[in-house]
Design a protein. Structure first.
Length: 418
């Protein structure tokens, strides 16, 4: 009887062994990426309900999400250097165990203070989870698979955001124990599924050139500067549209439900487009994709600000999702390849740091426009910045994928394990 009871477990273990190790590692990371975004917005969709229950202001609940971008800015560069100096397995274990403990902190006592402490713990780990993507792809995957290994976690990032808005209103705040259980399982997987990094990759760890030499290396690469500036504008635009979409559409009589549908169509389209961008990149250069994305965003922006047709707006949301989000994996991979293995973590951290700065800058620029409801000026401002984005893509966008300047050699990610 004992052997029969253990049979299902042995079958599960046997089946997981059929999955190549590199994809088990990628699965764990993809789960962490999605769950981190989910935890970021864990309380945003039920702000009013949470505020009443914990007897605090709605702005206090907003702070539970605000701590993420606030802490990201000072932590990005130190975390990037950490990623460059420790193994992928160590980074994954720190992230997973830390996230499980952060979720546990929120359940210790039924008070707002514990929610805030838990969110601060999550926010401390967000830069590590977000910036690990390129290092993991470089260590564990062959060169011809690295873009796909970047696409999947990038898709999970936005899937986690969408899941928060869909699932949180259904499960409410009393299900915080469920977060502990899920993250506990993922933390366990980092011990069961994630072996040591391939031996050849491990040789690249240890002493590295100084942080200053790394930054000089990046700042002397014109394409790196163009790609990060492009992302500053693209991420700023995405955050601005996501934040102010409802009041923009409300001027033409669009109700909040339809505005939510437009936002959802944008998110879903972006995720689907990321899955297809690998094939597209074989036919079009990165510069061409960046130019097409910018031109599409300009056209759709005008439609969002002028149309009152729900059908037109949903189509605009679909196009905008594709133009804004699809290039992201290509940009991440290009940045990683430009700087090489010695600076991958730092480079991607800088990339996301600049993107977060763009979000802050765009939201600050549109704040007075939102207060005065002068959205015609908002349209003009966004289109003008998109034109600058297009100019950047034209004069400095890579005409082909940048070749890796260092790091793990093609094929070595699978020399030791399958």
């Amino acid at each position: 009887m004992m052997h029969e009871s253990l049979l299902p477990i042995s079958l599960i273990v046997g089946r997981t062994k059929m999955i190549p190790v590199r994809y088990r590692v990628l699965t764990v990371y993809t789960l962490l990426q999605a769950l981190m975004q989910f935890e970021w917005l864990r309380f945003a969709p039920i702000t009013s309900e949470i505020a009443v229950h914990y007897r605090v202001s709605q702005s206090a609940i907003g702070n539970l999400s605000l701590v993420f971008p606030l802490l990201f800015i000072p932590l990005a560069l130190p975390v990037g250097m950490l990623i460059d100096r420790v193994s992928v397995r160590t980074s994954l274990r720190i992230s997973a165990i830390g996230m499980a403990l952060a979720a546990l902190l929120r359940t210790l006592e039924p008070g707002y203070e514990y929610l805030l402490i838990g969110q601060l713990a999550f926010a401390l780990l967000q830069p590590l989870v977000l910036a690990l993507v390129a290092r993991l792809a470089m260590v564990w995957f062959d060169e011809d698979e690295r873009l796909r290994a970047t696409e999947i976690p990038s898709m999970a990032l936005f899937a986690g955001l969408g899941l928060a808005f869909v699932l949180v209103p259904m499960i409410g705040y009393q299900s915080l124990w469920l977060d502990v259980a899920v993250l506990g399982v993922v933390a366990l997987l980092t011990w069961l599924w994630v072996p040591a990094d391939p031996s050849m990759a491990a040789t690249s760890l240890g002493p590295h050139p100084s942080w200053r030499s790394g930054m000089r290396h990046m700042l002397r690469a014109p394409t790196f500067l163009v790609l990060t500036a492009y992302f500053f504008l693209a991420n700023g635009y995405f955050n601005a549209i996501s934040t102010w979409l409802e009041p923009i559409l409300h001027r033409h009589g669009i109700d909040p439900q339809t505005a939510g549908l437009v936002a959802l169509s944008m998110l879903v389209s972006g995720i689907v487009s990321m899955a297809l961008v690998d094939r597209i990149s074989h036919r079009l250069s990165l510069r061409t994709i960046m130019l097409i994305a910018t031109l599409g965003s300009i056209i759709v922006t005008v439609a969002l600000f002028t149309s009152g047709s729900p059908i037109v707006l949903v189509i605009a949301g679909i196009v905008l999702g594709a133009t804004l989000l699809a290039p992201l994996p290509l940009l991440i991979q290009a940045v990683a390849n430009i700087t090489g293995a010695d600076y991958t973590g730092t480079a991607i951290s800088v990339f996301w740091l600049v993107g977060n700065a763009g979000a802050v800058a765009f939201l600050a620029a549109l704040d007075p426009i939102a207060d005065s409801n002068e959205w015609t000026w908002g349209c003009f401002l966004l289109v003008s910045l998109l034109v600058i984005q297009g100019i950047l893509a034209f004069i400095g966008g890579p005409q082909q994928h940048e070749q890796s300047s260092g790091g793990v050699l093609p094929g070595q990610g699978r020399n030791q394990v399958n």
